[in-house]
Design a protein around this ligand. Structure first.
Ligand code: XLS
Ligand code: NI
Ligand code: NI
Length: 437
């Protein structure tokens, strides 16, 4: 049965096309910097926003019109899988991602919940046999149900900790069965609201215990996916423990988990943390921890996670610059953790939204590849730091200098001459590349 009737396969028509249901820049087979666009970009559809989310917000109920609306319960869950693989095929995306509770409803007991899950996992497994679209990652929803009100692995309630362990155990088995490339931990309610009732040390220790158990179990069952942590500074808690990439990496090192995890960087979470998207990507990259990306964007005038489809060329260009410099995302991908606005409620809006995101990243890829080919920033940066390649600078970076030798040098009172950082000029060059590629 077809769900998105009237909508065919989306194809590349080029920048001059006026067809809203065509790619203008994303040409999956086009080779850029030695790989096809499809291989570079590794696009993924987020199941929760595209198939589960119904458009409610804190002020209003569902608004989305969906072809599976007439169903309920498990029938709806099954219809969503059928619709999902139809959309994946029509958009020609290589990956998708889901939370356990996106794909199947909870039952009265954990046994019933797992049984529901098994039915849908079986269906997905069958689709995966013939579909080009593969599972980028799965994760556990440990934030929606009221049992998680105090947290999941960082709850004050040991019974909840145990429940979460069972849930992630099942998630790892699911990931293995469906060939997931990664397994994501986004700390939904892992954080605190007030320190007046919080044992901060115990919560962090327990989070590490939980991660170690997950790593051990993955090894036990031979799950080969990459573990990813998705930082976010706030929402739903006031202070999320995986605040940003630096915080998450320091946590991992503290608890000797650094070799088992990488970062899943989400653009909107970066801006909520007061960082740019590029900052979070760069910080992960220089530490060898850039694993995957939740490709979306926030609204600079709103202080929450609006999860908009990425349409800002400046941002996607600088993101692709970091990804190319990282040598790609490995097992990761660009997962559209994004939803059409509540007022973009028609089924075809799902297509327009993905086309917009894919085209914006495709264009960003091309601009970034040219920037790198011409070594634009590399040359600027090499020139700016050249004092560390000779003389006293070379002594500092090669470890020869100490406070004695540096004091002797400073006491020579040679004139200190600084040079302009040329930010405005550099931004103008970036604009030239954006406009010319
Ligand atoms: C929420 C997160 C979530 C994760 C997966 O803000 O972005 O959607 O990506 O749990
Ligand atoms: Ni996300
Ligand atoms: Ni988010």
């Amino acid at each position: 049965m077809a769900y998105f009737t009237g909508l065919g396969k989306i194809t590349y028509e080029g920048a001059k096309s006026k067809n809203p249901l065509a790619f203008k820049y994303y040409n999956s087979k086009e080779v850029v910097a030695g790989k096809t666009m499809e291989e570079h970009l590794r696009f993924s559809v987020a199941y929760w926003h595209t198939f589960t989310h119904e458009g409610s917000d804190p002020f209003g109920s569902s608004s989305m019109l969906r072809p599976w609306d007439k169903y309920t319960g498990m029938d709806k869950a099954k219809a969503r899988v059928e619709a999902a693989f139809e959309l994946f095929d029509k958009l020609d995306v290589p990956f998708f991602a889901f939370h356990d509770r996106d794909i199947a409803p909870e039952g009265m007991t954990l046994q019933e919940t797992n049984a529901n899950l098994d039915v849908i996992i079986g269906m997905i497994r069958d689709y995966l046999k013939t579909s080009k679209t593969k599972l980028l990652w799965n994760t556990a929803n440990m934030f929606t149900h009221p049992r998680f009100m105090h947290g999941a692995a960082t709850t004050c309630n040991a019974d909840v900790f145990a429940y979460c362990a069972a849930q992630v155990k099942k998630g790892l088995e699911t990931g293995k069965e469906l060939g997931a490339q990664n397994y994501v931990f986004w700390g939904g309610r892992e954080g605190y609201v007030t320190l007046l009732n919080t044992d901060l040390k115990l919560e962090l220790d327990n989070l590490a215990r939980f991660f170690h158990m997950a790593v051990d179990y993955a090894r036990e069952i031979g799950f080969a996916g990459q573990f990813l942590i998705e930082p976010k500074p706030k929402e739903p808690t006031k202070h999320q423990y995986d605040f940003d990439a630096q915080t998450a990496m320091a946590f991992l090192r503290n608890y000797n988990l650094q070799d088992a995890f990488k970062m899943n960087i989400e653009a909107n979470h970066a801006t909520l943390a007061g960082h740019t998207f590029q900052h979070e990507l760069r910080m992960s990259r220089i530490n060898g921890m850039l694993g995957s990306v939740d490709a979306n964007q926030g609204d600079m005038l709103l202080g929450w996670d609006t999860d908009e489809f990425p349409t800002d060329l400046y941002e996607t260009t600088l993101a692709m610059y970091e990804i190319l410099q990282n040598g790609g995302l490995g097992k990761g991908g660009l997962n559209f953790d994004a939803k059409p606005r509540r007022e973009s409620f028609e089924p075809e809006d799902l297509f327009y939204a993905h086309i917009a995101g894919m085209d914006t990243f495709a264009r960003g890829l091309k601009v970034a590849a040219r920037l790198i080919k011409d070594q634009v920033f590399e040359n600027i940066i090499a020139e700016r730091y050249k004092s560390f390649r000779e003389g006293i600078g070379l002594e500092i970076v090669s470890g020869k200098a100490d406070f004695h030798t540096l004091e002797q040098y400073a006491l020579q009172n040679k004139p200190i001459i600084n040079k302009s950082g040329r930010q405005e000029q550099i931004k103008a060059i970036l604009n030239q590349y954006l406009l010319e590629v």
